[in-house]
Write a protein that binds this ligand. Structure first.
Ligand code: PLP
Length: 420
């Protein structure tokens, strides 16, 4: 058995320690030694075995190919950053002028250029602020606008956002009381009017971004809610800044502000296609109160987030946008080419892709992909990089809508490998 210290001094493993650190390389060496003990590797090939076991980065998280057909997949990290955003993150990773004015040599407002980019993207907003995520934006709004007061909300909009977290409980954790009005399917202006009074902090309008209520329904648009008196806060969810013709039912920040919302909250990593962040846009004085509240400091975003957000807003359109607007003829052509290359191992299929946790629950996006044997799923997930599809009708479907065109070769190689 090759000794640990001897293996670690091998030039290739010594170089790996420079990039990955000693702990990870030692762990790979220990696993390689175990493979030798188990008779799975020759003692002379122990270093090669250790090299093969090294992770790609010290970060733990792996890049995966999203062939699920769900564009904004919460389990897969929601929005993939654009190359421009990745470059901005790399540039901000070291010391950076996030809170420093280089011309005057003085402290400057943190993230001012990212905030300016957001303000420019939505000129309808009097002011903007950015926190950790949309949940944080809502907690901050409740803490500042409704401490010990009531938040009036329709029973049709009491959303559970995922992993057991529910918006009503989140708002109550901030010290507000919820005043539910209307019914699950129908809420009228009158219901809101009857509930509002001196104890009202604000009226909250939440976009049901992960479910739909159909049939005998009615809800009250923001512009009518603003006639009642208390400020209207609109949680639009997905982070669309302007309307997208492809998603007619999806509210956008500019539209909600034009309808009179005092404050709009949204996520940065859903349809906006940027980093995890909570966007707050609205009335100048209100946003300033949010920004100055002590809790804002606990919810503040990292320099990496600010860099990625600004590049998403100012740079080329991000991958989420490309996937959403991908041409189905082109997707079909890619699927057929993949199927031809894989022969009898795969079949080109028409599929239905979804926006996902990011919004537009009813929208079906015609798409294309390949279907392979269901039993390949686990092997494709253990490929480097892992390929994640979805199982339907006893087959594993690899949907191309959220796959970068350049990753088709990875899918082909992964399937070829999984079949051997
Ligand atoms: C996704 C979502 C949230 C939670 O946003 P995070 O950024 O994940 O905290 C809140 N409200 C709505 C309507 C949502 O769609």
């Amino acid at each position: 058995m090759p000794r640990t210290d001897v293996m670690l001094s091998d030039p290739r493993l010594a170089a790996a320690q420079e990039t990955l650190g000693r702990v990870l390389v030692k762990a790979a060496v220990a696993s390689a030694q175990q493979r030798v003990r188990d008779g799975l590797a020759e003692p002379g090939a122990a270093v090669d075995a250790a090299l093969a076991l090294l992770p790609a980065t010290a970060g733990g998280l792996k890049g995966v190919v999203n062939a699920t057909g769900v564009i904004v997949h919460t389990n897969l990290g929601r929005a993939p950053l654009s190359p421009a955003a990745v470059a901005a993150v790399a540039a901000a990773a070291g010391y950076t002028d996030v809170e420093f004015d280089l011309s005057g040599g003085r402290r400057a407002r943190r993230g001012r250029t990212a905030l300016a980019a957001l303000a420019q993207a939505v000129p309808e907003a009097g002011a903007v602020h950015v926190v950790n995520n949309n949940a944080a934006a809502l907690v901050l709004a409740a803490t500042v606008l409704a401490p010990g007061k009531e938040i009036v909300i329709s029973r049709g909009e009491l959303v559970e956002i995922g992993d057991g977290f529910r918006l009503p409980e989140l708002l109550e954790s901030a010290g507000s009381r919820l005043r539910e009005v209307g019914t699950t399917n129908r809420t009228a202006l009158r219901d809101y009017q009857d509930a509002c009074g001196p104890g009202t902090g604000f009226i909250l309008k939440v976009h049901p971004s992960n479910y739909r209520i159909e049939g005998f329904t009615s809800e009250v648009p923001i512009e009518r809610l603003t006639t009642i008196g208390p400020p209207v806060v609109a949680d639009i969810g997905s982070g669309l800044l302007r309307p997208d013709p492809l998603l007619p039912g999806e509210p956008d920040a500019a539209g909600a502000l034009l309808q009179g919302a005092a404050l709009v909250t949204a996520s940065g990593d859903k349809l906006l296609g940027g980093p995890q962040a909570g966007l707050l846009l609205g009335d100048e004085h209100l946003v300033e109160r949010l920004r100055r509240h002590p809790l804002a400091r606990a919810l503040r975003v990292d320099k990496l987030t600010l860099a990625a957000l600004e590049a998403t807003l100012r740079g080329p359109l991000p991958p989420v946008h490309r996937s959403l607007h991908a041409n189905v003829t082109e997707l079909t052509r890619r699927a057929e080419r993949l199927a031809r290359r894989l022969g009898d191992r795969a079949e080109a299929v028409a599929t239905i892709a979804r926006v996902g946790g990011g919004g537009a629950p009813g929208v079906e996006l015609p798409s294309a992909g390949i279907a392979v044997h269901e039993s390949l799923a686990a092997r494709l997930r253990s490929y480097d990089p892992p390929v994640v599809g979805r199982i339907t009708g006893g087959r594993l479907v690899l949907d191309l809508r959220a796959v970068e065109p350049g990753q088709d070769d990875v899918i082909a190689a992964a399937v070829e490998r999984a079949c051997t």
